[in-house]
Design a protein around this ligand. Structure first.
Ligand SMILES: [Zn+2]
Length: 336
Protein backbone atom coordinates (compact mmCIF):
# COMPACT_ATOMS: atom_id res chain seq x y z
CA UNK A 1 0.00 0.00 0.00
CA UNK A 2 2.76 2.40 0.94
CA UNK A 3 4.27 1.82 -2.54
CA UNK A 4 7.92 1.96 -1.60
CA UNK A 5 7.83 5.41 -0.08
CA UNK A 6 8.86 4.18 3.35
CA UNK A 7 11.79 6.58 3.09
CA UNK A 8 9.43 9.51 3.06
CA UNK A 9 7.91 8.52 6.36
CA UNK A 10 8.92 11.16 8.93
CA UNK A 11 11.70 9.80 11.08
CA UNK A 12 10.61 11.49 14.24
CA UNK A 13 7.59 10.84 16.31
CA UNK A 14 7.24 14.20 17.86
CA UNK A 15 6.79 17.27 15.76
CA UNK A 16 8.64 19.89 17.78
CA UNK A 17 10.56 20.90 14.65
CA UNK A 18 7.26 21.91 13.07
CA UNK A 19 6.27 23.92 16.10
CA UNK A 20 9.44 25.93 15.80
CA UNK A 21 8.57 26.72 12.23
CA UNK A 22 11.67 25.01 10.85
CA UNK A 23 11.55 24.47 7.12
CA UNK A 24 9.81 27.76 6.50
CA UNK A 25 6.39 26.66 7.71
CA UNK A 26 3.75 29.32 8.10
CA UNK A 27 1.10 29.34 10.79
CA UNK A 28 -0.29 25.96 10.03
CA UNK A 29 2.26 23.96 12.04
CA UNK A 30 1.27 25.84 15.17
CA UNK A 31 -2.34 25.06 14.60
CA UNK A 32 -1.30 21.52 14.05
CA UNK A 33 0.83 21.24 17.17
CA UNK A 34 -2.21 22.46 19.02
CA UNK A 35 -4.17 19.69 17.42
CA UNK A 36 -1.70 16.93 18.24
CA UNK A 37 -1.44 18.04 21.84
CA UNK A 38 -5.18 18.63 22.18
CA UNK A 39 -5.77 15.11 20.94
CA UNK A 40 -3.46 13.63 23.54
CA UNK A 41 -4.97 15.74 26.27
CA UNK A 42 -8.47 14.82 25.29
CA UNK A 43 -7.58 11.13 25.39
CA UNK A 44 -5.76 11.57 28.69
CA UNK A 45 -8.93 12.97 30.28
CA UNK A 46 -10.93 9.83 29.60
CA UNK A 47 -11.26 7.61 32.66
CA UNK A 48 -12.81 4.27 31.69
CA UNK A 49 -15.76 3.28 33.85
CA UNK A 50 -15.04 -0.39 34.22
CA UNK A 51 -12.14 -1.84 36.13
CA UNK A 52 -11.31 -4.23 33.30
CA UNK A 53 -10.85 -1.29 30.94
CA UNK A 54 -8.87 0.74 33.47
CA UNK A 55 -6.47 -2.16 33.85
CA UNK A 56 -6.22 -2.62 30.08
CA UNK A 57 -5.42 1.08 29.58
CA UNK A 58 -2.72 0.97 32.24
CA UNK A 59 -1.32 -2.22 30.70
CA UNK A 60 -1.18 -0.34 27.38
CA UNK A 61 0.66 2.61 28.93
CA UNK A 62 3.09 0.23 30.63
CA UNK A 63 3.42 -2.10 27.64
CA UNK A 64 6.51 -0.45 26.18
CA UNK A 65 7.43 1.88 29.02
CA UNK A 66 6.99 -0.20 32.16
CA UNK A 67 10.02 -1.84 33.80
CA UNK A 68 10.77 -3.57 37.07
CA UNK A 69 13.89 -2.03 38.59
CA UNK A 70 15.78 -2.32 41.85
CA UNK A 71 13.64 0.57 43.18
CA UNK A 72 10.27 -0.83 42.19
CA UNK A 73 8.05 -0.75 39.11
CA UNK A 74 8.58 2.27 36.87
CA UNK A 75 6.42 3.58 34.07
CA UNK A 76 8.46 6.20 32.22
CA UNK A 77 6.69 8.38 29.67
CA UNK A 78 7.62 11.45 27.65
CA UNK A 79 4.45 13.45 28.19
CA UNK A 80 3.01 14.98 31.33
CA UNK A 81 -0.54 14.11 30.25
CA UNK A 82 0.42 10.44 29.91
CA UNK A 83 2.13 10.47 33.32
CA UNK A 84 -0.99 11.93 34.90
CA UNK A 85 -3.08 9.15 33.39
CA UNK A 86 -0.67 6.48 34.64
CA UNK A 87 -0.83 7.98 38.11
CA UNK A 88 -4.63 8.22 38.16
CA UNK A 89 -5.10 4.70 36.87
CA UNK A 90 -2.75 3.21 39.46
CA UNK A 91 -4.54 5.19 42.13
CA UNK A 92 -7.97 4.16 40.94
CA UNK A 93 -7.08 0.48 40.62
CA UNK A 94 -4.69 -0.28 43.45
CA UNK A 95 -4.14 2.80 45.68
CA UNK A 96 -0.42 2.01 45.99
CA UNK A 97 2.19 4.26 47.50
CA UNK A 98 3.69 6.11 44.50
CA UNK A 99 6.51 8.45 43.63
CA UNK A 100 6.76 10.73 40.63
CA UNK A 101 10.09 11.78 39.21
CA UNK A 102 10.93 14.12 36.38
CA UNK A 103 14.18 13.54 34.57
CA UNK A 104 15.54 16.13 32.22
CA UNK A 105 16.87 14.51 29.12
CA UNK A 106 20.27 14.99 27.56
CA UNK A 107 20.84 18.12 25.58
CA UNK A 108 19.51 17.08 22.18
CA UNK A 109 16.30 15.69 23.53
CA UNK A 110 13.16 17.75 23.49
CA UNK A 111 11.02 16.42 26.29
CA UNK A 112 11.41 15.55 29.90
CA UNK A 113 10.82 12.02 31.04
CA UNK A 114 8.17 11.52 33.69
CA UNK A 115 8.49 8.44 35.83
CA UNK A 116 5.62 7.09 37.89
CA UNK A 117 7.20 4.65 40.33
CA UNK A 118 5.56 2.05 42.53
CA UNK A 119 8.33 1.45 45.09
CA UNK A 120 8.64 -2.01 46.60
CA UNK A 121 5.64 -2.68 48.84
CA UNK A 122 3.57 -5.72 49.77
CA UNK A 123 1.09 -5.38 46.89
CA UNK A 124 3.65 -4.67 44.18
CA UNK A 125 3.73 -8.29 43.07
CA UNK A 126 -0.03 -8.32 42.64
CA UNK A 127 0.00 -5.05 40.68
CA UNK A 128 2.80 -6.26 38.44
CA UNK A 129 1.05 -9.60 37.95
CA UNK A 130 -2.20 -7.89 36.88
CA UNK A 131 -0.48 -5.73 34.26
CA UNK A 132 1.66 -8.51 32.87
CA UNK A 133 -1.39 -10.78 32.86
CA UNK A 134 -3.19 -8.48 30.42
CA UNK A 135 -0.07 -8.06 28.29
CA UNK A 136 0.46 -11.84 28.09
CA UNK A 137 -3.15 -12.47 27.16
CA UNK A 138 -2.91 -9.99 24.31
CA UNK A 139 0.51 -11.36 23.36
CA UNK A 140 -1.14 -14.73 22.86
CA UNK A 141 -3.94 -13.25 20.82
CA UNK A 142 -6.63 -13.80 23.47
CA UNK A 143 -8.38 -10.52 22.81
CA UNK A 144 -11.42 -10.58 25.05
CA UNK A 145 -13.80 -7.64 25.19
CA UNK A 146 -13.75 -4.76 22.73
CA UNK A 147 -14.06 -2.21 25.56
CA UNK A 148 -10.75 -3.42 27.02
CA UNK A 149 -8.99 -3.59 23.65
CA UNK A 150 -9.95 0.00 22.96
CA UNK A 151 -8.64 1.05 26.35
CA UNK A 152 -5.41 -0.87 25.75
CA UNK A 153 -4.90 0.97 22.46
CA UNK A 154 -5.67 4.31 24.12
CA UNK A 155 -2.97 3.54 26.70
CA UNK A 156 -0.50 2.63 23.96
CA UNK A 157 -1.32 5.79 22.01
CA UNK A 158 -1.03 8.03 25.08
CA UNK A 159 2.43 6.69 25.82
CA UNK A 160 3.79 6.15 22.34
CA UNK A 161 1.57 7.71 19.75
CA UNK A 162 1.63 10.89 17.73
CA UNK A 163 0.02 12.64 14.79
CA UNK A 164 2.27 14.47 12.36
CA UNK A 165 2.61 16.10 8.97
CA UNK A 166 -0.46 18.17 8.31
CA UNK A 167 0.80 19.72 5.08
CA UNK A 168 -0.06 16.90 2.75
CA UNK A 169 -1.79 14.37 4.90
CA UNK A 170 -2.02 13.22 8.46
CA UNK A 171 0.26 10.52 9.68
CA UNK A 172 -0.51 8.68 12.89
CA UNK A 173 2.31 6.74 14.41
CA UNK A 174 2.95 4.48 17.38
CA UNK A 175 6.55 3.75 18.30
CA UNK A 176 7.43 0.48 20.00
CA UNK A 177 10.77 -0.99 21.02
CA UNK A 178 10.61 -4.33 19.17
CA UNK A 179 8.97 -6.22 16.34
CA UNK A 180 7.33 -8.42 18.92
CA UNK A 181 5.63 -5.46 20.62
CA UNK A 182 4.71 -3.94 17.28
CA UNK A 183 3.13 -7.21 16.19
CA UNK A 184 0.90 -7.35 19.26
CA UNK A 185 -0.27 -3.75 18.84
CA UNK A 186 -0.79 -4.36 15.14
CA UNK A 187 -2.91 -7.46 15.79
CA UNK A 188 -4.93 -5.56 18.36
CA UNK A 189 -5.62 -2.81 15.81
CA UNK A 190 -6.51 -5.44 13.24
CA UNK A 191 -9.26 -6.76 15.51
CA UNK A 192 -10.98 -3.44 14.70
CA UNK A 193 -10.38 -3.70 10.97
CA UNK A 194 -7.45 -1.27 10.95
CA UNK A 195 -4.43 -2.09 8.81
CA UNK A 196 -1.37 -0.28 10.16
CA UNK A 197 1.96 -0.39 8.33
CA UNK A 198 5.15 -1.36 10.14
CA UNK A 199 8.52 0.27 9.65
CA UNK A 200 11.86 -0.23 11.38
CA UNK A 201 13.71 2.82 12.64
CA UNK A 202 17.16 2.90 14.19
CA UNK A 203 16.24 1.53 17.58
CA UNK A 204 12.49 1.35 17.24
CA UNK A 205 9.73 -0.34 15.33
CA UNK A 206 6.90 1.99 14.39
CA UNK A 207 3.34 1.32 13.36
CA UNK A 208 1.63 3.93 11.25
CA UNK A 209 -1.66 4.81 9.69
CA UNK A 210 -1.57 7.08 6.65
CA UNK A 211 -5.13 6.80 5.48
CA UNK A 212 -7.35 9.61 6.77
CA UNK A 213 -10.34 7.29 7.01
CA UNK A 214 -8.42 4.86 9.22
CA UNK A 215 -6.97 7.63 11.39
CA UNK A 216 -10.49 8.92 12.00
CA UNK A 217 -11.67 5.44 12.81
CA UNK A 218 -8.77 4.94 15.22
CA UNK A 219 -9.37 8.24 17.04
CA UNK A 220 -13.03 7.37 17.27
CA UNK A 221 -12.20 4.00 18.82
CA UNK A 222 -9.98 5.67 21.39
CA UNK A 223 -12.75 8.12 22.28
CA UNK A 224 -11.06 11.21 20.80
CA UNK A 225 -14.30 12.68 19.56
CA UNK A 226 -13.30 16.33 19.59
CA UNK A 227 -10.06 15.44 17.86
CA UNK A 228 -12.05 13.50 15.33
CA UNK A 229 -14.32 16.44 14.55
CA UNK A 230 -11.36 18.69 14.04
CA UNK A 231 -9.55 16.16 11.92
CA UNK A 232 -12.62 15.62 9.78
CA UNK A 233 -13.04 19.34 9.25
CA UNK A 234 -9.46 19.55 8.05
CA UNK A 235 -9.79 16.48 5.88
CA UNK A 236 -12.89 17.68 4.14
CA UNK A 237 -11.28 20.80 2.76
CA UNK A 238 -7.75 19.46 2.17
CA UNK A 239 -5.40 22.39 1.67
CA UNK A 240 -7.83 25.27 1.45
CA UNK A 241 -6.97 27.19 4.53
CA UNK A 242 -9.70 29.79 4.52
CA UNK A 243 -12.28 27.14 4.35
CA UNK A 244 -10.45 25.20 7.02
CA UNK A 245 -10.63 28.15 9.34
CA UNK A 246 -14.24 28.81 8.55
CA UNK A 247 -15.08 25.17 9.12
CA UNK A 248 -13.10 24.88 12.31
CA UNK A 249 -14.87 27.94 13.68
CA UNK A 250 -18.18 26.52 12.67
CA UNK A 251 -17.35 23.15 14.20
CA UNK A 252 -16.31 24.93 17.36
CA UNK A 253 -19.64 26.72 17.55
CA UNK A 254 -21.53 23.48 17.10
CA UNK A 255 -19.24 21.73 19.52
CA UNK A 256 -19.85 24.36 22.15
CA UNK A 257 -23.56 23.71 21.91
CA UNK A 258 -23.05 19.97 22.08
CA UNK A 259 -20.75 20.37 25.05
CA UNK A 260 -23.10 22.67 26.88
CA UNK A 261 -25.95 20.20 26.46
CA UNK A 262 -23.67 17.38 27.57
CA UNK A 263 -22.67 19.28 30.70
CA UNK A 264 -26.33 19.74 31.65
CA UNK A 265 -26.92 16.04 31.10
CA UNK A 266 -23.96 15.15 33.29
CA UNK A 267 -25.21 17.50 35.99
CA UNK A 268 -28.61 15.79 35.92
CA UNK A 269 -27.07 12.33 36.03
CA UNK A 270 -24.83 13.26 38.95
CA UNK A 271 -27.79 14.65 40.85
CA UNK A 272 -29.76 11.44 40.39
CA UNK A 273 -26.70 9.41 41.29
CA UNK A 274 -26.23 11.40 44.49
CA UNK A 275 -29.89 11.18 45.57
CA UNK A 276 -31.97 8.26 44.32
CA UNK A 277 -29.01 6.43 42.81
CA UNK A 278 -28.61 5.52 39.14
CA UNK A 279 -30.11 2.09 39.89
CA UNK A 280 -33.44 3.86 40.36
CA UNK A 281 -33.50 4.58 36.62
CA UNK A 282 -34.94 2.19 34.05
CA UNK A 283 -32.31 0.11 32.21
CA UNK A 284 -32.75 2.27 29.07
CA UNK A 285 -31.98 5.43 30.99
CA UNK A 286 -29.14 3.86 32.96
CA UNK A 287 -27.57 2.87 29.70
CA UNK A 288 -27.44 6.37 28.21
CA UNK A 289 -26.47 7.87 31.58
CA UNK A 290 -23.49 5.51 31.80
CA UNK A 291 -22.44 6.29 28.26
CA UNK A 292 -22.68 10.04 28.83
CA UNK A 293 -20.42 9.80 31.88
CA UNK A 294 -17.98 7.70 29.91
CA UNK A 295 -18.01 9.94 26.82
CA UNK A 296 -18.61 13.48 28.04
CA UNK A 297 -17.70 14.93 24.64
CA UNK A 298 -19.70 12.64 22.38
CA UNK A 299 -22.65 13.94 20.39
CA UNK A 300 -26.09 12.38 20.81
CA UNK A 301 -25.65 10.73 17.45
CA UNK A 302 -22.37 9.16 18.55
CA UNK A 303 -23.85 7.98 21.83
CA UNK A 304 -26.66 6.38 19.86
CA UNK A 305 -24.11 4.46 17.81
CA UNK A 306 -22.53 3.04 20.96
CA UNK A 307 -25.82 1.44 21.94
CA UNK A 308 -26.60 -2.11 20.96
CA UNK A 309 -28.80 -2.02 18.94
CA UNK A 310 -27.93 1.54 17.83
CA UNK A 311 -30.44 4.26 18.59
CA UNK A 312 -31.22 7.38 16.57
CA UNK A 313 -30.22 10.83 17.75
CA UNK A 314 -33.83 11.64 18.59
CA UNK A 315 -34.18 8.36 20.51
CA UNK A 316 -31.17 9.25 22.64
CA UNK A 317 -32.48 12.78 23.07
CA UNK A 318 -35.80 11.36 24.26
CA UNK A 319 -34.04 9.37 26.98
CA UNK A 320 -32.09 12.41 28.14
CA UNK A 321 -35.34 14.37 28.30
CA UNK A 322 -36.72 11.78 30.71
CA UNK A 323 -33.54 12.00 32.77
CA UNK A 324 -33.96 15.77 32.85
CA UNK A 325 -37.54 15.46 34.07
CA UNK A 326 -36.47 13.14 36.86
CA UNK A 327 -33.66 15.50 37.85
CA UNK A 328 -36.01 18.47 37.79
CA UNK A 329 -38.46 16.67 40.06
CA UNK A 330 -35.61 15.90 42.42
CA UNK A 331 -34.54 19.54 42.38
CA UNK A 332 -38.12 20.50 43.17
CA UNK A 333 -38.10 18.21 46.16
CA UNK A 334 -34.75 19.45 47.30
CA UNK A 335 -36.07 23.01 47.06
CA UNK A 336 -39.05 22.19 49.29
ZN1 LIG B 1 -13.33 -3.56 29.59
Amino acid sequence: MAKGNANNVPTRYDSSCLARGEGGGGRFPHTFMGFSRATREELARIMPERRCCQLAELAGLAYVDGTMTAQGYDVAVGQAAAARTVYLLFKQLFQPYMEIKVRHRARFARHNIYIVRIPHQPQLEKIYGSLVGVQHRYGEGRWGRACCRRSFLRGIYLGRGSLTNPRKHYHLEIVTDSFQQAAVVQSCMETFGLTPGVVQRKKHVALYLKDGEQISQFLNLLGGHTALLRLESVRVVKGMRNQVNRLVNCETANMDKTLEAALHQIENIRLIDATEGLESLSPDLQEVAGLRLQYPYASLKELGQYLDPPLSKSGVNHRFRKIRQIAEELRGEVAK
